[in-house]
Ligand binder design. Structure first.
Ligand code: NAD
Length: 496
């Protein structure tokens, strides 16, 4: 059986003490094993990154960026292979994997602008013959810990930018679908990155805890579920590290009575069920304003959902694939059961999808639940599966209150034809990423990504301009060159 190891100082290494099975979620079979790094292996990676830092820090940003240009080409040349690796272990259909990869590549393209991004700020004559400037210096060795649901994209939210800023990096990918991430790191090596600048350690809590406590790690970026994000933020901060920890979500779409209902239904289908709902920006709650809009929405969704097909990643006719594990499949079904037990109506039931030829796969069919209320467990918690819940309210204010009261604040969207309502919504809603007739308002690579409330712990969002700030520290220098013969006297007061 294939064993997936680690990339340390440019070399692939394996450790044999602890292993974890990696599944093909469409068949339910174990396809590979991943080595779980012990403390010593993570320390080897940190030592390699620490040793590589001085030379990389002093490499001109333009030369660092050139490595990223070559990396982008290699990602494009090998895109089919990467998408296949994602499909085999994550289960997402190939054209969705291609979209994920493209979003990752866009972050590499942004990182190619390193010389511009690191230009700094300069002020001449801040005082008589005195100049001052701010420059942005790398932090040192930084770490990234990433989730299973975007094994290519989310790591590329982090390491390309951190590396062009002059840092060296330790990546700890998800142990559930690690192959594509490791392969992408090898491509960066092939693009000419010096050994030790990017290291990958596969593993679990044992590896993560080393990254959170070792003094040589200066900053930690995390993306994953909220309980772990909170733990990462608290532990990294207590150990004196800069930390940004992005967590879970419950993204609501408000469907106004004046919305183009056919368009809203089309958008909701993709945003709720795409990637089996395993996206942190998935729309999992539709809040319909008024009974008439709610009835129309539910009826049209019910009809449209008859045409959805669920299945294996390589079949281009499928709309989405399995969820990640058997445990997760049962968890999603458990939420549907609990909504029903709490009095909601399961309008389209995906609990027994019956995929011919893939009976042992971790599939859940698209599910629509009507009559959900804020008190229900299925409403309060993140389901992370192909389940869309409909909440009925009477006014837009009521809909906004629901969203503002929810513990998560990652993404949201409003479907309407009323510009005034949309403007009011985007101005007042307590959510970090907002769409107006755009169901998945994921910021492009030259903005930054992040939620509010318990969807993000930390001050700076991921990638884009906030990413540059996160991976650098500002140094401000003030200089004067006294001309010979002109010396100032002693002064004990601030100049006025
Ligand atoms: P997860 O929290 O289980 O795992 C994320 C990472 O943390 C993995 O690398 C894992 O190995 C590690 N980890 C898990 N348990 C740990 C522990 N006890 N101590 C230390 N490290 C631990 O998340 P997941 O299931 O892989 O991903 C799905 C979650 O990620 C969802 O909640 C989703 O909303 C969230 N997510 C958020 C964003 C965002 O940008 N906000 C993006 C993608 C995914």
């Amino acid at each position: 059986m294939n064993t997936i190891g680690h990339l340390i100082n440019g070399q692939l290494v394996t450790t044999s003490q602890r292993m974890q099975d990696v599944y093909n979620p469409a068949t339910g079979e174990v396809s590979k094993q991943v080595a779980l790094a012990p403390k010593e292996t993570v320390e080897d990676a940190i030592a390699a990154a620490q040793a590589a830092f001085p030379a990389w820090r002093d490499t001109p940003p333009l030369k660092r960026a050139r490595v990223m240009f070559r990396f982008k080409e290699l990602l494009e040349q090998n895109s089919d292979k990467i998408c296949q690796m994602i499909g085999e272990e994550h289960g997402k259909i190939c054209h969705d994997a291609a979209g994920e990869l493209q979003r990752g590549i866009e972050n590499v393209e942004y990182a190619c602008g390193a010389p511009e991004l690191l230009k700094g700020e300069f002020s001449k004559n801040v005082g008589p013959n005195i100049d001052s400037w701010s420059e942005f210096q790398p932090l040192g060795v930084v770490a990234g810990i990433t989730p299973f649901n975007f094994p290519a994209m989310v790591p590329m939210w982090m390491f390309p930018l951190a590396i062009v800023c002059g840092n060296t990096f330790i990546l700890k990918p998800s142990e559930r679908d690690p192959s594509s991430t490791l392969y992408i790191a090898q491509l960066l090596q092939e693009a000419g990155l010096p050994e030790g600048v990017l290291n990958v350690v596969n593993g679990d809590k044992e590896a993560v805890d080393v990254l959170l406590t070792d003094d040589r790690i200066k900053a930690v970026s995390f993306v994953g579920s909220t309980p772990i994000a909170e733990y990462i933020y608290a532990t990294a901060s207590a150990n004196g590290k800069r930390c940004q920890a992005l967590g879970g979500a419950k993204n609501h779409a408000i469907v106004m009575p004046d919305a183009d209902m056919d368009n809203a239904v089309n958008q909701l289908l993709g945003a709720a069920f795409g990637s089996s709902g395993e996206r942190c920006m998935a729309l999992s709650v539709a809040v319909a304003v008024g009974e008439e809009a709610a009835d129309a929405l539910v009826a049209k969704m019910q009809t449209a959902m008859k045409n959805l097909t669920v299945g294996e990643y390589s079949d281009k006719t499928n709309d989405f694939g399995p969820v990640i594990t058997r445990d997760h499949q049962q968890k999603v079904v458990g939420y549907i059961n609990s909504a029903e037990a709490d009095g909601a109506k399961v309008v389209v039931d995906g609990r027994e999808p019956n995929i011919s030829g893939y009976e042992n796969g971790f599939f859940v069919g698209a599910t629509l639940i009507d009559g959900v209320t804020a008190e229900m467990q299925s409403y309060k918690e993140e389901i992370f599966g192909p389940v869309l819940q409909v909440v009925r309210v009477n006014t837009m204010e009521e809909a906004m209150q629901l969203i503002n009261d929810h513990e998560y604040g990652n993404g949201t969207c409003i479907f309407t034809r009323d510009g005034e309502a949309a403007r009011y919504f985007s101005n007042h809603i307590q959510v970090g990423m907002v769409g107006i007739n755009v169901p998945l308002p994921v910021p492009v690579a030259y903005h930054s990504f992040g939620g509010w409330k318990r969807s993000l712990f930390g001050d700076l969002h991921a990638y884009g301009p906030d990413g540059v700030r996160f991976y650098t520290k500002r140094k401000t220098i003030t200089q004067r060159w006294p001309s010979s013969g002109v010396r100032e006297g002693v002064s004990f007061a601030f100049p006025s």
